[in-house]
Design a protein around this ligand. Structure first.
Ligand SMILES: Nc1nc(O)c(N)c(N[C@@H]2O[C@H](COP(=O)(O)O)[C@@H](O)[C@H]2O)n1
Length: 168
């Protein structure tokens, strides 16, 4: 396996570890997400998130974005060689998510695909497409329509889905 492909799978495995932290519920998936900045000489994890980690009915991708945005400005130098803002770092970031970002929410809350588009992230690496257990998901298409590169990683589809469906 090529080095870069292996690196992407490593980040997806990290996202799977996040997904395993979710408290399962029969009415939603257990998803994990990792945000990686590539502004420095080495890629750096800038935030992680999982479904229902933050209070309320919260999703993995939105939680990772919120956690990163809540970091104080003076900690951002860890992620970028030049003085940089939260928005600039996110605009260079890659997203690794165990399941396709949601495009519609049964609760009516804002979908993760919209949050990633608003953050102007670079690329989104996905472990598995969202099955139509609850809704018809069009998250990957939404991201691509907004100019975000979508990469379907191969190899962890079954594990991503079985972790997502824990508690169903
Ligand atoms: N990508 C993604 N990340 C999460 O953290 C999720 N929980 C989901 N699930 C999706 O959201 C729908 C449920 O919506 P509500 O939380 O009830 O508003 C579910 O149908 C999945 O599409 N996806």
């Amino acid at each position: 396996m090529a080095k870069s492909e292996d690196e992407h799978l490593q980040y997806l495995r990290l996202a799977l570890e996040e997904a395993k932290k979710c408290i399962p519920t029969p009415t939603a998936f257990c998803v994990g997400c990792v945000l990686v900045s590539r502004l420095g000489s080495e890629p750096t994890v800038i935030a992680t998130g999982y479904s229902r980690e933050l209070p309320g009915n919260t999703h993995a991708e939105a939680n990772a974005l919120s956690k990163f945005r809540s970091l104080p400005e003076d900690e951002l130098s860890k992620f970028a060689p030049m003085p940089s803002s939260h928005a600039a770092i996110l605009a260079s970031a890659d997203v690794y998510t165990t399941m396709e970002p949601c495009s519609v929410r049964t609760s009516g809350l804002p979908p993760c695909a919209d949050a990633l588009i608003d953050a102007k992230v670079q690329r989104c690496f996905i472990g598995v497409g969202e099955p139509d257990d609850f809704v018809q998901c069009e998250g990957a298409q939404k991201l691509m329509d907004a100019g975000i590169e979508v990469i379907w990683l191969k190899g962890l589809e079954e594990e991503s889905l079985s972790v997502a469906r824990r508690g169903h």
